[in-house]
Design a protein around this ligand. Structure first.
Ligand code: ADP
Length: 260
């Protein structure tokens, strides 16, 4: 039950009347729960066949290469890359149901932050021919956090930087220490974000609408999941951007932190 109301008082401050409204939101909550359950079950069911199709595609690519069918092997490689996109979308749907039900697992360890950044950059650089990801990394040392989840955020920011800069090649990833935090920034010189939309990009299912938006595929979940991960790590995530010039996505996490 959600309630809101207002009391009226006499000149001595004694309440005279109270007007209030109460809404029964049980049904809304149930619908929300059903929606989350459905997304969870559907994405789980989609994951298994996609994983095996991917394995078959990789085997076929190797067979075709061995036979010298380079063109066909190239097509298989393209199929594999598209399956990666599908796997990532399904992963986001699974994560969002976990985030919303508080079931996202965290596994805290000490790890070399820059080493993690370098390995994510290397992996994405391999998948993109057009963009060049430049590293501008200050020595930041070890952090105590969930390596997998933090690299998921880094990948998310880098993937967005690539996706939303179709006409520029350069992407820069910066790391630095500020106070007792490790700070990372992914800078692109792409389409940018209008000021009115800046604070909305971390919302669930939010996508900036515009004439070009349909050309960039996505569900509007990556930044929402990233911000939930960073919040759980005791950190902050933010963006600065100029439409038509590019964006800078930042996050900071404490180097040492008490276990949540
Ligand atoms: P998706 O990319 O799947 O739509 P995200 O949650 O990652 O979802 O991003 C939300 C929205 O924020 C995107 O739809 C896009 O409009 C905007 N956005 C995110 N990153 C960038 C970027 N680097 N440059 C411009 N716009 C961005």
């Amino acid at each position: 039950i959600k309630e809101s109301g207002k009391a009226q008082y006499d000149e001595k401050g004694i309440p005279l009347t109270f007007i209030g409204v109460s809404f029964d939101i049980t049904e809304t909550k149930q619908l929300q729960q059903q929606k989350d359950d459905f997304i969870g079950i559907a994405s789980h069911e989609l994951k298994t066949p996609v994983t095996s199709i991917k394995a078959y595609a990789q085997v076929l690519e190797r067979i075709l290469l061995k036979k010298g069918d380079v063109m066909e092997a190239g097509l298989m490689k393209k199929m594999d890359l598209q399956l990666n996109r599908l796997t990532n979308l399904i992963g986001d749907l699974l994560d969002v149901t976990k985030v919303n039900s508080g079931k996202l697992q965290y596994n805290l360890t000490h790890f070399d932050f820059n080493e993690m950044v370098r390995s994510e950059v290397e992996e994405l650089q391999r998948a993109t021919e057009k963009h060049q990801i430049i590293e501008n990394l200050e020595e930041v040392g070890l952090v105590y956090a969930d390596r997998e989840r933090i690299s998921q955020v880094v990948t998310n920011l880098l993937t967005n930087a690539i996706k939303y800069s179709p006409n520029s090649e350069k992407i820069v990833v910066h790391t630095m220490i500020e106070n007792d935090n490790v700070v990372l920034c992914v800078e692109d010189f792409g389409i940018g974000i209008a000021e009115t939309n800046l604070n909305k990009v971390f919302e669930q299912f939010y996508r900036v609408s515009g004439s070009m938006q349909h050309t960039f595929p996505g569900l509007g979940l990556g930044l929402y999941i990233s911000s939930e991960i960073i919040k759980r790590e005791g950190g902050k995530i933010w963006v600065s951007s100029k439409e038509g010039e590019g964006s800078k996505f930042w996050f900071s996490i404490p180097i040492q932190r008490p276990i949540a």
